[in-house]
Every structure is written in C-alpha cells, then in structure tokens.
Design a protein around this ligand. Structure first.
Ligand code: TXA
Ligand code: MG
Length: 351
C-alpha cells in the first residue's frame, strides 16, 4: 500500500496505518532527511530478518536503528555520559553513532556485533512513525542491495514493491545521500555524509579519524561491514576522471563515439558535442546540490544505451567527501588521471 503523506505536517491517519504495520512485524518504507529507509520493529528479530530478504542484503551487514528520543537510544545502547549533552543538542540530524549495545537488540539487527548504529532522523514523517509505533525502527536504505539508495518513493516502488507492506510517499528527500556514520568510541568516520568532518570537529571538539578508502575496504573485518560490498555501480562501465578538468573537456569535445558524461553543470555546458550524453549533477560550487542529484544520476546511466560513462571528480572536503566516497564506489575504484588514459579507454575500452 502506498500512502501519500505531507512531509512537514504528516497526517495522523497515514502514520497510524504505517505504525500498525511496524507493530505487526511488517515492513514500512519511509522518507528520512537523507534517503528512504526500509523499516521494521528493531526489537522483533523475525521482522528484521525480512529486511535482509527483501533487499538481498548479506546477513553480516548490520542495520541502523532509528529512534525518536535520546532516551530511546539509551535503552538500546551505552551512550557515553560525557557526550550526552552534545548528542541531545545535535540530534535529530543525519549523524549515526556506533556505540556499545545492550542485550535487548536481536542479532539480526547488529549482525552479532557488540555495537549498534543509532540515529535520530531529522524528518517529521520518520519521527512521527517511530513515536506512533512506540518502538525503535531498524532501517537500512530502501533499495535492492548494491543499488544506489532511493531518494524518492518511485524508486522504492521500483526496487521493493513486492516485499513492502506500506510505502509512505513524502516526496523527495532533502540531502539525497546517506547519513554520516561515526564510531563514538574513537571518533573514526566510518561513512562520510551530510554531517561533515568539519562540523563533527566543531560540535564535539574532536577531529574525526578518516580511514583511507583502502583501509576501510580491504581488511577482512572492516570497521563498518557495509564498506566492503560493491555499491552504487551501474551496469554500464563507469570510470572516475581525477585529472585536469581542461583535459576532460578537450577530450569530450572531440570524441566521436557515443559516451556518457556525469559531471558538473559548468563542465557539461562547456562541451558542445552531440556524441556526449550528459548527465548534469549540479553546480561545481554547490556540493549539496550534487549530493542530492547523485543517486538518481547513477541510476539513469543504464537508460542511455551507451557502453561507457565517465564521471568528473571533485574536491574532498565538506559534503564533497561524501560525494566522492559514493562516486568512487560507483566506479568500482577505477580512476584515470590523464588525457592519454581517457583516449586509450575510448579507443580500446581496455580497463
Ligand atoms: O541515512 C541513512 O543512514 C539511511 C537512512 C534510511 O537512515 N540508512 C542507511 O542504512 O544508509 P544502510 O544500512 O544502507 O547503511 C548502514 C551503514 C552500513 O555501512 C553498515 O555497515 C553500517 O552502517 N553499520 C551498521 N551497524 C554498524 C556497526 N555496529 N558497526 C559499524 N558499522 C555499522
Ligand atoms: Mg544502504
């Protein structure tokens, strides 16, 4: 069942119906300020297992538990007392904390780790749903495992219609990219997101540790299990160009094969070549705009009927760090930095 619902003042009736589905052990897709989530009662093991089945998600990739109050979080986990005043100030926000769990949580939620990921989403629909269900809600992004997270209800329908009991359609999400995940035990940034490292440092007075992509991806037991899986990649071959922007523009201006370019508005407008299928991500001066468009852009590549796509790389601070993290994964870490490499790719398609 799809229920249209006002994102600013969610109607009680829709919330009540979705909350009843959660209480009955069902699955509810709902918007948060980041992306849509696929939710189940976090205290109901059987309900949470349905999430893994619906998404095709590996069982060793734990879920984020969503709460509507700090008190609810404290019942599930040991929140460091010294940090409580700051957390009370900073939540709700797109900031997920890894903390030591209490024993109440089912193993399916935490993939049997002794920690749990918890966040309080800054979205009226998500908060109303958790309050009405009167239980914490475990929710990963509401996409099939490996695909970009959904930023609207239409995409949730495409991926998960068969397995969801209720979809709350509250329109497009605000940030369009998943929450920042930080391990509160040592301030390791496990996933960059809309809450930037600079904001974390300002809020907590601690500079977050940023593991290199390799360290996060290649260990057998990565700090954040989700990091080791292939994510966001289209079926079309996608590579990241990290070289000079002038070289990217020159090469694409003369290319004689149909090829897709995923780039900023500025780069796209400087290229006048009808062989190039452009997907505009937003302005190079507005990382939040690019973040918001990124997942829809990635999903649209496969509709273009080309067999090669190249993405423009951006700087790596603030919100751009999150954008680049998702882009790198979408490209399967295939990066090119010179005009020669680009040309070779176009002419031989050898990677
Ligand atoms: O914005 C978001 O965070 C969205 C919305 C729906 O809230 N949710 C989301 O969930 O992105 P998901 O499951 O797609 O990503 C959860 C991430 C994964 O990378 C997972 O490995 C990590 O959080 N995670 C969960 N529990 C963890 C734990 N105990 N320790 C380390 N990482 C954990
Ligand atoms: Mg996800």
């Amino acid at each position: 069942m799809i229920i249209n619902i006002n994102p600013l003042r969610p109607e009680k009736d829709g919330i009540r119906r979705a909350a009843m589905a959660i209480r009955a052990g069902g699955l509810v897709a709902f918007p948060t300020e980041t992306v849509y989530g696929l939710g189940a009662d976090a205290l109901n093991d059987a309900a949470c297992r349905k999430i893994f089945l619906a998404k095709g998600r590996p069982a060793d990739n734990p879920l984020i538990v969503h709460v509507s109050s700090v008190g609810m979080a404290e019942k599930l986990a040991y929140i460091p007392v010294a940090l409580l005043p700051i957390i009370k100030r900073v939540w709700p926000s797109p900031l997920t904390f890894i903390v030591k769990k209490r024993t109440r949580l089912p193993d399916s939620v935490t993939a049997s780790l002794d920690t749990v990921a918890i966040r309080m989403p800054a979205h009226p629909i998500a908060l109303a749903l958790i309050k009405e269900a009167d239980t914490p809600i475990a929710a990963p992004s509401a996409n099939l495992s490996g695909k970009p997270s959904p930023t609207d209800a239409k995409t949730v329908v495409k991926d998960l219609k068969k397995s969801v009991d209720v979809i709350l359609d509250g329109g497009p999400t605000f940030f369009g990219i998943e929450s920042t995940v930080i391990d509160l035990r040592d301030f390791t940034l496990l996933r960059p997101g809309p809450f930037t490292p600079e904001e974390i440092e300002k809020t907590f007075g601690v500079k977050p540790r940023i593991p290199t992509a390799a360290a996060a991806d290649e260990t057998d037991k990565p700090a954040s299990p989700g990091m080791k899986y292939r994510h966001y990649a289209p079926d079309t071959k996608l590579v990241l160009f990290t070289g000079r922007i002038g070289d990217l523009i020159d090469t694409f201006s003369t290319i004689e094969k149909p090829v897709c370019l995923l780039a900023s508005k500025e780069t796209c407008t400087s290229i006048k070549n009808t062989n190039v299928k452009k997907i505009i991500l937003g302005s190079r001066n507005d990382g939040y705009e690019v973040a918001k468009n990124l997942f829809t852009a990635l999903r649209s590549i496969d509709d273009l009927g080309v067999d090669l796509a190249v993405a423009e790389a951006f700087q790596e601070n603030g919100i751009w760090l999150a954008v680049m993290n998702r882009l790198r994964k979408a490209c399967g870490n295939v990066e090119l930095s010179s005009k020669e490499d680009l040309l070779e790719l176009f002419f031989t398609k050898r990677l």
